[in-house]
Design a binder for this molecule. Structure first.
Ligand code: SAM
Length: 477
């Protein structure tokens, strides 16, 4: 990779003041080297052996992360489209380390406040104790769509995606046991991967961003339960947006910093603060620049598993439609979790009962979810068609649909939502379309032709679009 755009001079000076001249020089030299590429595997999906050859290097601070030797193209990669892995920058996987604070028998109600495109939300869904639910919020509506898509493809139905302001979610007093604020920042940690970040940076950026970060944190603070955990992270390297923000949380919001101990592998337990803070610096650890700190809200610690699910809102039943087509119920595996159903304008959603109190709370503060649970089916005239998120869901009933393996030459046409050809000997009806054993979506086979049911908004139009999708996954990590 050639870097035509030089590092901002003021940034290098700032790093020199922060880290000392020698270390700043090592950092800046490292920022001119190629960035490693890494993926994180979906803990709940079938992983084809070829995705993780035995010699693949593991990300040392996250059991599910691997460096891949070169950046592949993702266009024809069924595993990418099937949510088998997420392209995530390795330092971002440091979030995995908060797992040591969680009690595996205590389901949590969590919020990822700044969630798009979904890297940390998908990690949280795999990390939180069984039965936990996640609200993934992205304030910018255009960015929220990719968040919805990435979460639906990840397949865990215990999530709700919203697109609203932090201050509105802040009205949900004490509703969350854990809040992640992966804050919008000046992006210095992206200077190696993203040359655009160098151009956008101004000497005033850290100050401007730090003000916004304090506002976001103050707005959302009331929504954290006493004893709950706040994870604060940025992908930038200056002190104002990092250690100084932790000091703000301690001094102004009376948060209590939590020590994760020495993590090793080049993860720096920052000495730039009196409080435990963690920094990933590219010349020390194999990843990009990142900051993370964990704090507890004062008050009695309740994040321990004795939290009643219905405590946070009235446990209202889903509005089960009387005319819910019976066959749809058989498409979802309700043996793992009790499900409720919602039918609205021909769209049928199945969702774990545990989401109901949070959906109710969100309605009370006038937040309409963009997506939740599993968008399972839609009624079109007399037919009921399954929706692709059901195909990728962990709750798809094993024998509900006949699985059909796509021949090699049909993968791209299928993902492009073009006409596909399946063997005419196949029985007619709805088929679960798979490639290499990975479910991708549905098709309706009519004998002499097949209707491709891959979602219009997921379809790949051309190679560049897949690269864009992949870049959006990576953009903010
Ligand atoms: N957590 C994401 C991930 O891992 O994929 C990356 C989040 S990115 C660092 C920060 C996000 O905050 C962006 O998606 C941005 O749109 C959003 N954002 C920008 N301004 C915001 C604000 N005032 N309040 C909340 N979120 C904001």
């Amino acid at each position: 990779m050639s870097h035509a755009t030089v590092l901002p001079e003021a940034f290098c000076q700032q790093m020199s003041q922060l880290l000392g001249a020698e270390e700043a020089q090592s950092l800046c030299a490292c920022l001119e080297q190629p960035a490693p590429t890494s993926i994180r595997l979906n803990r709940h999906k079938y992983i084809p052996a070829k995705i993780v050859p035995s010699d693949l290097e593991q990300v040392p601070w996250c059991s599910w992360g691997y460096y891949i030797p070169e950046r592949p193209t993702f266009t024809g990669d069924a595993a990418f489209h099937g949510g088998v892995y997420y392209v995530q920058e390795a330092s971002s996987m440091l979030l995995y380390q908060i797992g040591q604070l969680l009690d595996s028998s205590a389901p949590l109600v969590a919020l990822d406040l700044c969630a798009a495109p979904g890297g940390k939300s998908t990690l949280l869904l795999d990390l939180l104790p069984e039965g936990s639910l996640l609200v993934a919020n992205e304030v910018v509506p255009q960015r929220a769509h990719i968040l919805v898509e990435n979460l639906q493809k990840w397949g865990n139905p215990m999530h709700i995606t919203t697109s609203t302001l932090p201050e509105r979610l802040g009205k949900l007093q004490g509703a969350f046991d854990l809040i992640l604020v992966d804050a919008p920042c000046s992006g210095e940690g992206m200077f190696r991967k993203d040359l655009g970040a160098r151009n956008q940076w101004q000497p005033s950026s850290p100050k401007v961003c730090a003000e916004r970060q304090r506002t976001i944190l103050a707005d959302i603070w009331p929504a954290l339960e006493d004893g709950g955990l706040l994870v604060y992270s940025t992908c930038t390297m200056n002190r104002q947006e990092n250690e100084d923000i932790v000091a703000y949380l301690v001094d102004e919001l009376e948060a209590e910093p939590i020590d994760l101990g020495e993590i090793g592998h080049g993860v720096w337990r920052s000495t730039l603060s009196d409080y435990p803070c963690y920094r990933m610096l590219p010349h020390r650890a194999k990843g990009e620049g990142l900051f993370m700190a964990v704090l507890r809200k004062g008050g009695e610690c309740t994040i321990r598993g004795d939290r009643s699910k219905s405590k946070k809102g009235k446990d209202k039943q889903g509005r089960t439609s009387k005319d819910l087509p019976q066959e749809v119920k058989g498409w979802v595996d309700a043996t793992k979790t009790k499900l409720l159903w919602e039918a609205d304008q021909g769209r049928i959603v199945a969702y774990p009962e545990a989401l109901a109190p949070m959906l109710e709370l969100l309605r009370e503060v006038k937040v309409s979810p963009m997506s939740y649970g599993i968008p399972a089916a839609e009624v079109k005239g007399k037919s009921v068609l399954p929706l692709a998120p059901l195909a990728l869901s962990n709750l798809l009933a094993g024998h509900a649909f006949e699985r059909v393996e796509l021949p090699d030459d049909q993968l791209i046409p299928y993902l492009s939502r073009e006409a596909i050809t399946l063997p005419s000997s196949l029985s007619t009806g709805i088929k679960l379309i798979c490639y290499g054993g990975i479910p991708l979506g549905f098709a309706k086979h009519l004998g002499n032709r097949t209707n491709n049911l891959y979602p219009t908004h997921w379809r790949i139009r051309h190679r560049e679009q897949v690269e864009r999708l992949q870049a959006e996954q990576e953009e903010y990590w």
